[in-house]
Design a protein around this ligand. Structure first.
Ligand SMILES: CC(C)(COP(=O)(O)OP(=O)(O)OC[C@H]1O[C@@H](n2cnc3c(N)ncnc32)[C@H](O)[C@@H]1OP(=O)(O)O)[C@@H](O)C(=O)NCCC(=O)NCCS
Length: 124
């Protein structure tokens, strides 16, 4: 067993600009339907939540990059959800990596930045 971590920090303005200037293309390429529903429900604060999910996907890539860079995982293969208490979870969709035992995610965001930390427990 080993634990691999990935962390990412992002400027929220960068994500806001990508969303506002690409006529839905950036959203469609990066986010799943349920992620968009969650972020859109936050109204004016939505860009913080979009940015946090972008950071989570980047952090996930960092965490798996050493062991599983041959899986060709795309943005929408990684989905962030929240449990009933609001705690975030990250799930790998569409692709099976049997060696992954569990994944944990923590998010934080303020007016300017969002940050995500992913830890993956690998059975090898
Ligand atoms: C849940 C809580 C920690 C969020 O903290 P915050 O500073 O308001 O928010 P941040 O910007 O740092 O983080 C927001 C993210 O926290 C995550 N979060 C929300 N509820 C969570 C929970 N119960 N557990 C873990 N993470 C949680 C979410 O991912 C959220 O982002 P998202 O909505 O985009 O998914 C806070 O509201 C809370 O309940 N604090 C309790 C503190 C407390 O009891 N302290 C005393 C003992 S330590």
């Amino acid at each position: 067993m080993q634990i691999k971590c990935g962390v990412d920090i992002i400027e929220i303005a960068r994500i806001q600009e990508s969303i506002e200037t690409t006529n839905g293309k950036f959203l469609e390429r990066v986010y799943t339907k349920s992620e968009m529903e969650y972020c859109e429900s936050k109204n004016k604060a939505k860009y913080q939540h979009y940015a946090a999910r972008f950071a989570a996907k980047e952090a996930f890539f960092k965490a798996i990059s050493e062991n599983f860079n041959n899986y060709e995982i795309t943005w929408k293969d990684i989905e962030v959800t929240n449990d009933v208490k609001g705690r975030p979870e990250v799930h790998l969709l569409n692709k099976e990596i049997p060696q992954i035992e569990s994944i944990d995610l923590s998010l934080s965001h303020c007016k300017e930045y969002a940050i995500a930390n992913v830890a993956i427990l690998i059975n090898n």
